[in-house]
Design a protein around this ligand. Structure first.
Ligand code: SAM
Length: 286
């Protein structure tokens, strides 16, 4: 079905099915006709690609993804929606709706079963209440995906795409840059959604690195150190880490020396490589 972005079309679907928006599930549906075709064109999907969509809603983005991709698998938590999607996506044979919570689904298995021999990308207008957890799950699980193209709140987009060393960067920035190359594609005004949220949004794309770009001996420790360092941004990394790791300051100082990183830096002044060297030195000192 076309015109799923049309206000009156959405109202019609809602009154026929008795559907009402759930705030708790982050349901802000797109009502701007240009956004979904643009996302579908820019997400890296083509006739040989499989797409995973998180939260299809009534299918406005799904409809566009079906036109460009070989196959689309859309995961939707709201049990009222698959029935509606059965009607709105009836024109497409290359789509499958999976009922469930993206945070609980085994995505390695899903990719193996649903997309054999295909390149896979993710494209989604994410529910805002779980933006970061979803992105981190998709990256940390090291899924065989080429890119993630997601709509998030503008402020989150700035953090996710920030450069290390900038004022906006945080632990999530470091994690995203550890796994991928993020970039902002375009901004989307709050008025492009129904109901309209309070803030603007943006579409970002993260191209997933096929090989790790850093030499990190212990990833768990690396992320513990990144999170620990950013947990108290105003403190020096030495002070933040000694409390986050419950570690002796002089032993930590020695690790910084071996890593050739100044212990008096603030976390936002550190590069990813420096975090990697510190975490390797701390790991070796253990
Ligand atoms: N794709 C539609 C659009 O662009 O208009 C809807 C996007 S809306 C921002 C987010 C969608 O994610 C909703 O359909 C919501 O029900 C669904 N959702 C929320 N939490 C989810 C979860 N944990 N797993 C899967 N889908 C979820």
């Amino acid at each position: 079905m076309e015109r799923l972005w049309d206000y009156s079309e959405i109202k019609k679907i809602m009154s026929e099915s008795g559907f009402t928006f759930s705030k708790a599930l982050g349901q802000n549906f797109l009502v701007n006709p240009s956004v979904c075709p643009k996302m579908a064109q820019m997400c890296g999907a083509d006739g040989n690609t499989g797409v995973i969509e998180v939260g299809p809603g009534i299918g406005v983005l799904t409809n566009e993804l079906c036109k460009v991709a070989k196959k689309v698998v859309a995961i939707e938590l709201d049990e009222r929606l698959p029935k509606i999607l059965g009607k709105t996506l009836a024109d497409h044979q290359n789509v499958e709706i999976i009922s469930g919570d993206v945070m609980k689904i085994d995505l390695h298995r899903l990719i193996e079963e649903k997309f054999p021999g295909m390149e896979v990308v993710v494209c989604a207008n994410l529910p805002y209440y779980i933006t970061s957890p979803v992105i981190m799950k998709l990256l940390e699980e090291k899924l065989p995906i080429k890119a993630l193209t997601v709509m998030v709140q503008k402020e989150a987009a700035d953090r996710l795409c920030a450069q290390m060393g900038s004022r906006e960067c945080g632990a999530v920035t470091a994690a995203v840059r550890y796994y991928s190359e993020p970039r902002l594609l375009f901004k989307v005004s709050a008025g492009s959604f129904m109901p309209a949220p309070k803030v603007d949004s943006a579409v970002i794309r993260m191209d997933v690195d096929s090989k790790p770009k850093l030499s990190v001996n212990d990833e768990k420790l690396f992320f513990k150190i990144v999170r620990g360092a950013f947990s108290q941004r105003r403190k020096t990394v030495l002070n933040s880490l000694s409390s986050a790791l419950s570690a002796d300051k002089s032993a930590l100082k020695k690790a910084f020396e071996i890593a050739q990183v100044s212990p008096t830096l603030r976390p936002e002044a550190m590069t990813l490589e420096e975090f990697a060297r510190v975490s390797n030195a701390v790991g070796e000192a253990k």
